[in-house]
Design a protein around this ligand. Structure first.
Ligand code: 0L1
Ligand code: MG
Length: 255
């Protein structure tokens, strides 16, 4: 087995069994190109087990997120059907190592998008937008990682919840976004914190995934990235993300 395939097996098993792993360091340290190759190989393992790719997540698209994890580059990962949690649904802590939730905006695509496109072209391909929550769960011990580590680990993506879909013409440029845990606001921000406008995350997604032979397909969901830092999940916690004018998305953690 090649080093990259071996790394893919390690991150895939860590995610599948919810066991923390050490970072890839020294000779094993992953440069960015190798890290995206490891991500692709680890997702291929999931597809071989029957999961289907349903979209992409953009990560570290706000200053708040970059500061929280000490990595300052926009990254991306793949979403599969097994990662989707129904709106209002429940998850189990045992499925994760040390999960966190963060407030996002989701795009649903009506048309494919690929390569260098403008914001106008991106929005023309959008069928709907929605409030969303991403559940992130770095598989690395103590939630500590380098850029290569986190990219190899599918950019920490573990789950996502999408609220009601809204019209694509909805103005999403500067909407208040709240993350509540058990009814208490724990993070507050604006959609403008996502690269200045969430559509820029969609533009970046089309360009960045193309480098790896991927295309945003009609029917794909694209998460734009979090507007605020993420919040640690605890058993029994109810999480709700509200986005001004769009609505909310919520889920609970089993007691
Ligand atoms: O914004 C994100 O979704 C970043 C994911 C990678 C870093 C993290 O685990 O917070
Ligand atoms: Mg995110």
């Amino acid at each position: 087995m090649s080093d990259l395939a071996n790394a893919a097996q390690i991150v895939d098993e860590a995610a599948r069994t919810a066991n923390a792993i050490p970072q890839f360091t020294g000779d094993q340290a992953l440069g960015l190109d190798d890290a995206y190759a490891v991500q692709a190989l680890s997702l291929a393992r999931r597809y071989a087990r029957g999961e289907r790719r349903v979209g992409f997540k953009m990560g570290l698209t706000s200053r708040a997120k970059m500061l929280q994890v000490g990595v300052d580059e926009v990254i991306w990962g793949r979403l599969t059907n097994a990662m989707r949690v129904e709106e209002g649904g429940e998850v189990a802590m045992e499925s994760y190592v040390h999960p966190r939730a963060e407030p996002e905006i989701a795009f649903l695509l009506a048309e494919p998008l690929s390569g260098d496109i403008s914001a106008v072209q991106a929005m023309a391909a959008v069928e709907a937008v929605a409030p969303a929550v991403e559940i992130i769960d770095s598989r690395y011990q103590n939630f500590k990682f380098s850029l290569g580590d986190v990219v190899a680990d599918n950019s920490s993506s573990s789950g996502f919840i999408v609220g009601n879909w809204c019209a694509p013409e909805s103005d999403i440029s500067n909407l208040g976004m709240l993350l509540e845990a058990n009814g208490r606001v724990v993070q507050a921000g604006s959609s403008a914190a996502i690269l200045g406008h969430p559509v820029r995350a969609l533009v970046a997604a089309a360009r960045m995934v193309a480098k790896w032979g991927e295309t945003l397909q009609a029917g794909d969901i694209v998460l734009a990235g979090a507007a605020t830092a993420a919040h640690h999940l605890q058993p029994g916690m109810n999480i709700r993300v509200s986005v001004q004018n769009l609505g909310s998305a919520s889920f609970s953690v089993r007691k």
